[in-house]
Design a binder for this molecule. Structure first.
Ligand code: LIP
Length: 267
């Protein structure tokens, strides 16, 4: 099956969801006057965005299964499934910082189309296996930086359920010297996109696959390395979420450092 037309549809609906969520995003300072709590604010935007995307995709591709972040999955097809995060980076969102919309199409256990949109920056990322990764139509390559002292590494810190992800601060401590910098982009999807385009040389976090499915394909198509924290493949990281995406040099460095942090291997 040729997925070019499907990708074009995904781009169109990501843009629409971008406009919808931006209207909320621009009003983030309303939260200070308490019209709505942050949880309601973001959950209204999240739900509206997911419903908009879901309706569009169901109309165009009736019968394909759907997993989103806000509602129960729809399991109608064993072959094709949408993985949709309607707002990745919800804490960023309520603080007026960059967030992304992530849409991946899975066929069996492969991602066959990926779209990732950062509405505040108007950056649209796309990928199809074997055809490369692009931002606003421009081909992406991961960073060629091999000097660890100049590497720029992304991660995330768990909010709010820190106890769910033990070791996050110890891991920061383990990776820090002698790297150039650590950044928290605040959206797992956007962090992957930044690796694909070379803003970050690498990124690691324990996070959900719905958030990262599209970003992972971007990194792979941009020539990056994708494994779990112990160097293993998709059968492990898609399930456990212990994801490591990077250029070659950063990947080798992080693998070496992350293994020293006490962490129960989530087999
Ligand atoms: C979250 C990201 C956050 C990352 C978490 C998770 P959500 O997604 O925004 O940056 O640290 O692992 O991916 O809850 O905002 O969709």
């Amino acid at each position: 099956m040729n997925y070019d037309a499907v990708l074009a549809d995904m781009v169109a609906i990501a843009r629409e969801a971008g406009a919808l969520t931006l209207a909320y995003f621009k009003r983030f300072r309303d939260l200070e006057i308490g019209i709505k709590g942050p949880a309601d604010f973001v959950s209204d935007a999240d739900k509206e965005s997911e419903l908009l995307i879901r309706k569009f995709l169901f109309d165009r591709y009736p019968g394909w299964s759907f997993t989103g972040e806000e509602f129960a999955p729809v399991d109608t097809d064993n072959e094709h499934r949408w993985l949709v995060d309607p707002i990745d980076g919800t804490t960023n969102f309520i603080n007026g910082m960059h967030y992304t919309i992530s849409i991946a199409l899975r066929r069996g256990n492969r991602t066959v189309c990926a779209v990732l949109y950062n509405p505040p920056a108007d950056e649209m990322f796309t990928a199809i296996p074997g055809q490369g990764a692009f931002m606003n139509g421009e081909r992406l390559r991961v960073s060629e930086q091999a000097d660890i002292g100049l590497c720029n590494i992304g991660t995330g810190l768990p909010t709010p359920g820190l106890q769910l992800y033990p070791g996050a601060y110890e891991r920061l401590d383990a990776i820090r010297a002698p790297i150039g910098a650590v950044r928290i982009v605040g959206s797992a999807a956007n962090s992957c996109a930044y690796v694909a385009m070379g803003r970050l040389t690498g990124y690691y976090e324990e996070t959900g696959f719905v958030d990262t499915a599209a970003g992972i394909l971007l990194v792979q198509e941009a020539g990056g390395v994708v494994t779990d924290w112990w160097g293993r493949g998709p059968d492990i990281y898609e399930r456990t979420g212990t994801l490591l995406v990077a250029n070659k040099a950063t990947h080798a460095y992080l693998l070496d450092k992350l293994k020293d942090v006490p962490r129960k291997d989530p087999k």
